[in-house]
Design a binder for this molecule. Structure first.
Ligand SMILES: [Ca+2]
Length: 609
């Protein structure tokens, strides 16, 4: 079942499976950094890469520590059923919709994420607040909705643009944690002050892979042997600039930091952000073998729905700009991609997911290896989803479930799973090339939940004081959240949630009987334009507010004024209503032939409070 991997890389190697109790450590090649800011031997210096050799010198000694930590790790003082005093490993993936084995996908090979799910509480209805990178990330990292961060595009930094809001990692840092960012956690650029919000959010400068800069270069070999900047881009890793890929570097650095932290007494919050399956779909070509093209189908509904208002449609401009798609001369905005090419995109998206799964597997394997699996909460999620041809659409940039729904799972030692026996591995690396079946989530929760709840949820799980619920207007409040903790859903999907009179559950007061997920998306015009996917703030004219319950999705597209950030609910441009029981793919919009005044009132009531 766990044979040696058929894929090897120059730097990170898939560790051998059983019977070897502890896999060989990966080789490290992190670039040298400076340690002037702290004395040699200090924690800061330890965490910086130039001290890596020193930090790793005791790697071989990890084996006895593995056993010790199982019973007396940092979490040892905590009582059962709580994550008090634990570390946090926060894994966030770019553009990953829940096409994973643990979410019922029978095609995708994701054994390592499935294994994590088998030890976790898995939320099967989790939603991002806006289906594009920077707005979603700033939202869940600050615990506030886009209307409060006022970030709908990529071009402002919330601390100066809307309010000096505390972030989730900042809160952990201020509560004694060493906080570290590896890879894409905040969206880079001005939306995180060109620093990933360092030093507010992080104890040490965030790490970015050195090969990240090649991501959009011409590195994909075409049939003519020349190099292109393609969308579909299976590659030979050894031929890549630097001989590696960003996510491989990210895994290496995260493992290095785990090795440093294993000997420290300080708790840590380690955020690891993976790039794939974000476009370009650039991944080691071996992963194509997992997905023979004859097994790849089109989306179940690869056409633009008849009753879809044009404002709701996203014209997938970023896809069109890739060399291979450009060569297809597809008409704008609705012209469909050729069926064969649709299959190629789907195939490569799945292959990129399996490549990601390998990285997650290596990372969790290392968590085991250094003896921290029993003292570290692991969260796995994504910033938003990605349309794979559904509704004639690709990419994100919409209010459809395929764009807003994300995987979300929490592994909390002794809470979501029983304590591992001495020496027993919690997360042994599983080879995606060996067909692993039968790993089911430890517990599934169907309640509608939102990423904006991550901040308060993780605070509660870690035993920190849960930040207060934000008041109606919170631009001047440094610490509050607009998402209530979802730890109350961990116990049982059947258990009724008690409504609290005050405290953090206030944010839920308008929908406590029926959990709702809210998302939104801005548009520059009523019909698809070249900037409909990513309008700049000054060009936003319409906002699509979306309310998703277990039974339906209701969306109203209303007039929006970017100068004062006001939405005019008396000026509704279009609407959508889909009933999930009869129309799970959201193709039959019944907004125009259904009475929905009560839904309109509900969404307006929520948004005005
Ligand atoms: Ca993203």
């Amino acid at each position: 079942m766990r044979e040696n991997s058929t894929v090897t890389y120059p730097r990170v190697r898939a560790p051998p499976g059983p019977p070897a109790p502890v896999p060989a450590p990966p080789r490290y090649s992190a670039p040298p950094r400076h340690c002037e800011m702290a004395d040699a031997g200090s924690l800061f210096c330890f965490l910086m890469a130039s001290c890596a050799a020193f930090a790793l010198s005791s790697l071989a000694a990890a084996v006895p520590r593995l056993r010790t930590r199982r019973t007396a790790g940092p979490g040892g003082a905590a009582g059962p059923g709580t994550g008090d005093g634990m570390n946090v490993l926060f894994i966030v993936v770019d553009d990953l919709r829940p096409v994973l084995g643990c979410y019922g996908d029978n095609l995708v090979k994701s054994p390592n994420i499935d294994q994590l799910a088998s030890q976790s509480i898995v939320f099967s209805n989790a939603y991002a607040q806006q289906a594009v990178c920077a707005p979603s990330r700033v939202s869940f990292l600050t615990g506030r909705r886009p209307d409060t961060t006022r970030l709908y595009d990529f071009y402002s930094y919330w601390r100066v643009h809307s309010g000096n809001y505390s972030t989730m990692p900042q809160y952990f840092k201020e509560n004694g944690y060493v906080t570290m960012s590896v890879g894409k956690v905040f969206h880079p650029g001005i939306s995180s002050n060109y620093s990933d919000d360092y030093p507010y959010s992080w104890s040490i400068p965030p790490f970015h892979p050195s090969t990240e800069k090649y991501e959009n270069d011409k590195t994909c070999r075409g049939k003519d042997g020349r190099l292109y900047a393609n969308l579909v881009c299976p590659i030979d890793v050894t031929e890549m600039p630097g001989g590696t890929l960003p996510d491989i570097e990210t895994t290496e650095e995260a493992i290095r930091l785990l090795n440093v932290m294993k000997t420290k007494k300080q708790k840590f919050f380690l955020a690891v952000g993976y790039h794939k399956p974000h476009i370009p779909l650039r991944y080691p070509q071996e992963f194509l073998k997992l997905y023979p093209l004859e097994n790849i189908t089109l989306a179940p509904d690869p056409w633009v729905p008849e009753k879809l208002p044009p404002v709701a449609y996203n014209p997938w401009v970023d896809i069109r700009q890739r060399d291979d798609v450009k060569a297809l001369n597809v008409t704008f905005p609705y012209g469909p991609l050729p069926d064969d090419f649709q299959r190629l995109i789907r195939q490569s998206y799945y292959a990129a997911v399996s490549y990601l799964d390998m990285q997650v597997g290596l990372l969790l394997n290392a968590l085991d290896y250094v003896g921290l699996s029993n003292s570290t909460i692991v969260v796995f999620t994504a910033d938003h989803g990605w349309s794979l041809g559904e509704h004639g659409e690709w990419a994100k940039y919409s209010n459809f479930d395929v764009a807003t729904q994300v995987p979300l799972m929490f592994y909390v030692p002794r809470m979501t799973t029983s304590s591992a026996s001495q020496g027993e591995r919690v997360f042994p690396y599983l080879d995606p090339f060996s067909h692993i079946v039968g790993l089911v989530p430890q517990g599934q929760r169907k309640k509608m939940v939102e990423l904006v709840s991550l901040f308060s949820t993780l605070a509660e799980l870690a035993g920190l004081q849960v930040p207060p619920a934000c008041p109606e207007t919170s631009f001047h409040v440094a610490l509050c959240t607009e998402g209530a903790s979802i730890v109350r859903y961990f116990k049982s999907s059947e258990q009724k949630v008690q409504k609290k009179e005050n405290g953090c559950n206030d944010t839920n007061k308008y929908y406590s009987e029926e959990p709702v997920a809210f998302s939104q998306y801005p548009r520059p015009a009523d019909t698809p334009q070249w900037d409909s996917d990513k309008p700049k703030l000054k060009d936003i004219r319409i906002m699509g507010y979306s309310m998703r319950t277990i039974d339906y999705r209701y969306t109203v597209w209303v007039q929006f004024n970017p100068e004062n950030f006001s939405a005019d609910f008396e000026d509704v441009h279009a609407g959508e209503l889909y009933m999930m029981e009869t129309d799970p793919n959201q193709d039959n919009n019944i907004y125009n032939n259904t009475l929905h005044g009560h839904l309109f009132k509900k969404i307006v009531d929520f948004l005005k409070h």
